[in-house]
Every structure is written in C-alpha cells, then in structure tokens.
Design a protein. Structure first.
Length: 220
C-alpha cells in the first residue's frame, strides 16, 4: 500500500486529492497538513511513502519542509512530490536540488497525479512529463553553474551515465546506448547516486546540469 501525506494550506484542494487518491486500491491518504511544519511532523510520525507538498504555504513553506524531510536520515524512504500552481514556479528547481523527487502542477490530469504518486513511491524521479524538463532547462539557462560536487569521484562511465540521465534517458535506453545490459546500466546509475549523495534520478538530472555534463536542448 502506498501511504500518502497531503500538505496544502487549502482544505478544498486536500479534499479533492484525498477523494481521488483514496479511490485507488493501492493508495491510502494517511494524513493532511496545512503548513510545512505540520507536514514535517507528520512525515516523522507516519513515515509515508509519498508527501504531496504544496510550495506556497504560510509559516514554514513547502521548500523549507522539503529540505527538512530530505535531509533527515531517518526519513530516507519518504519521497516528496512538489505541487505548484504555475509551470515555471521560481522555487521548483531549488526544491529538486534539496531533495524533491519531482513535481506536478495542481491542474494536472487525475491520471497523471495517480501515476506520479506510483512512480515516485517506486523510487523513481518524476521526470517524464515534458513540463518538468522545461522547468529544469529554464533554470539551467539562467543559473550560474554550481561547483561540480564530487565529480572527480565518478568514473568516466559513471560520468557518461549521469549525462544520459540528465538528458532524460531511462535505464533501458542508457543500456542500449552504451551496449550493456539494463542491470549494468542500473548499477552505474545507483553507484553515481551514492557517490553524489543523490536521493533519486531527479537530483541526478539537476547535478548533470549544474556540473555542465548536459546542456538545455542537448540530446545524446
């Protein structure tokens, strides 16, 4: 069972998400929060699979709450999907940097929301929707490249794999590109995540842009 906590300051929004998610046989909403501080407390108390986190909330906002949850070693298994009203929310890229597994706009199709919860609960980054790629690319064009964190610790093959993840390729596509087995590709991705301290593929994508391993619009 995928256990979900809803964090949004609008009760009506939470009620809509709860009705939608609770109608699925493999998803259960186990808690609701109206601000970021409450969301962090619920994450520690309930250890949900996924937190649907609104960015803009009073008091402790969704960005600060995401940072607190993602940095807590006890909550390593808790995945965060950031909810935003606008596709190019200024805080989305930072939320991905600090540990969010992906994001969805609030007016997304119900099927996409349900799929996103399942994808993130399975440990993947929610990167397939084209809007996510557009947001990351938008910020990559304007942001000053960050110091490549632990880039020297990666092998040449791991560096290549991170660049392919940054370009949006799945493990199977990476395997085909490098002429290796999917299991080998997955191993390279996992090792790169460990070396870079990335929680999931979403953070690998952000790192690939920050380190200059991939550029907006680049396709391998």
């Amino acid at each position: 069972m995928i256990r979900v906590v809803l964090a949004d300051d609008q009760a009506l929004v939470r009620a809509g998400f709860r009705a939608l998610l609770d109608s699925e046989p493999d998803i259960e909403v186990v808690g609701e929060a109206g601000d970021g501080a409450h969301a962090v407390r619920l994450a520690r108390q309930l250890r949900p699979s996924v937190v649907l986190m609104d960015i803009r909330m009073p008091g402790v906002d969704g960005l600060a709450a995401t940072r607190q949850i993602a940095s807590d070693p006890v909550l390593q298994g808790v995945r965060i999907i950031v909810l935003t009203t606008f596709e190019l929310d200024e805080y989305v890229a930072e939320a991905l940097r600090v540990g969010a597994a992906g994001f969805l706009v609030k007016n997304t199709d119900p099927e996409e929301l349900i799929r996103g919860v399942r994808v993130v609960a399975a440990g993947e980054g929610l990167l397939s929707p084209s809007v996510t790629r557009r947001v990351i690319e938008q910020f990559a064009r304007t942001a000053t490249p960050a110091e490549p964190r632990r880039l020297a610790d990666l092998t040449d093959r791991e560096r290549e794999v991170v660049s392919l993840v940054g370009a949006g390729l799945s493990n199977d596509e990476i395997a085909a590109r490098l002429v290796v087995s999917p299991a080998t590709a997955k191993t390279h991705v996992s090792r790169a995540m460990v070396k870079l301290g990335a929680r999931d593929r979403a953070q690998l994508v952000v790192f690939a842009y920050e380190a200059g391993l991939v550029r907006p619009g680049w396709l391998p």
